[in-house]
Design a protein around this ligand. Sequence first.
Ligand SMILES: Nc1ncnc2c1ncn2[C@@H]1O[C@H](COP(=O)(O)OP(=O)(O)O)[C@@H](O)[C@H]1O
Ligand SMILES: [Mg+2]
Length: 438
Amino acid sequence: MYTEPEIIVGLDLGTSKIAVVVAERDSRFQDAQIIGIGSAPSLGIRKGLIVNLEQAVQAVRMAVQDAEKMVGFEIDEATVAFSGIDATSITSRGMVSLGRVPRQVGIQDIERVIEAAQSELSVPSNRVTLHTIPVKYSLDGNSGIDDPLGMTGIRLEIELQSVIVPTSVIQNIINCVESAGLNVNGLVIKSLASALGSLTDEETRTGAVSLCVGGGTTGVALFSDGRPVRLTVIPIGGDHITNDLAYVLKIPISKAENIKHQISLILDENDDTVEVEARGRTKLLEVSEAVDVVSCRLEELFVDHVLKTFSDQNVHMFPAGIVLSGGVAKTGGIETFTTEVMNLPVRIADPLDSFQMPPGRNDCEYTTSSGIIRYIMNKERNPYRYIEAPIEVLRSGGMSAYMAAKRGGQQRNTKSASGGEGFRHFLEMVKKSIKELF
Ligand SMILES: Nc1ncnc2c1ncn2[C@@H]1O[C@H](COP(=O)(O)OP(=O)(O)O)[C@@H](O)[C@H]1O
Ligand SMILES: [Mg+2]
């Protein structure tokens, strides 16, 4: 039976540009096609945080209008990806008994074990759990269970990854996007969206690292056995490189930006000097000096910050290596440079791995956009893979979003109507998952 395709929209709130991605998906959530990506320069957003609401609203409107021109219809809702530099990713564990005799694991048992792991977390009252991601299940001590539903045992255990974000950050984002005239359907942290837009399924299973280096932030996602074991955002990006170049070479920011686009980190590929017009005078700059500045900042980012996010995870857990995305991944020679610094295989992301991209948008800068679509598809196909706090709960802040979604009306800070809405949302997710699985 033919059914009309549904439209899904993602909004990438970057620090350099805002992108709006529009996709059509079939009603069974099996497939999606990107039909347009609009974009506009980002304003009022610094290091992933909204610093000027009016400007940010204006920039979102421009990006939406650009996308609307491309697809030919009005856009009124979106799932929003944001940097969230204050986000923390925490691992917790839970265990439940299935009884004294072995029996099959049901949906309720999966819920119970998620709740058990959630109860191990203490979320400060000014923060909210945006993402709850089951990373690893084990049944009677056998780890590496991909999906325990329907399997038989007596003891179910889980390792959970929770992404906790300041409530005010989320509320400012919702406020901004809604003021620009869009309903917010959901939120996803940039490091997760970018990873889903740049890693292949095989890489996520083998173990890989997604590094999305944007203007003001770098999203880091470590994937192992198909699941994100850590999601972080580092407040360093390409704009720091531009500022360093302007400062060290004593040239204006716009010239520094140009030089950054021209040079290659592999020195032999550069001319020895480059002419720069600055303040009415022509300066001759040593290219090697510019390369040193860029290399120095990138090395700091990779070694001092990215490697630190690995903490107890060994680099050998990620044999598929690093996949670079974001505008900075277009820096000449960055693949070779990163391979040497990180001692892992490196490749530049190709959004085509996920989706056919519109002309001019098939570029590693747009992996966050394609990743939002892949995230929405994944979430709807299997609600226990990426559990996201219902928007009503995020809007009002308060307790752990998953618990709030389940308990609905009981939540203290939420009006009973919106709490009930949260619970209905949760039930809908469960129903969808049951349909999907049987
Ligand atoms: N060809 C290039 N070479 C080096 N840096 C680049 C190039 N193109 C874009 N960039 C840098 O990438 C950053 C923007 O990346 P992007 O992913 O669009 O950012 P965001 O997601 O934060 O909006 C900027 O710092 C920009 O200078
Ligand atoms: Mg980006």
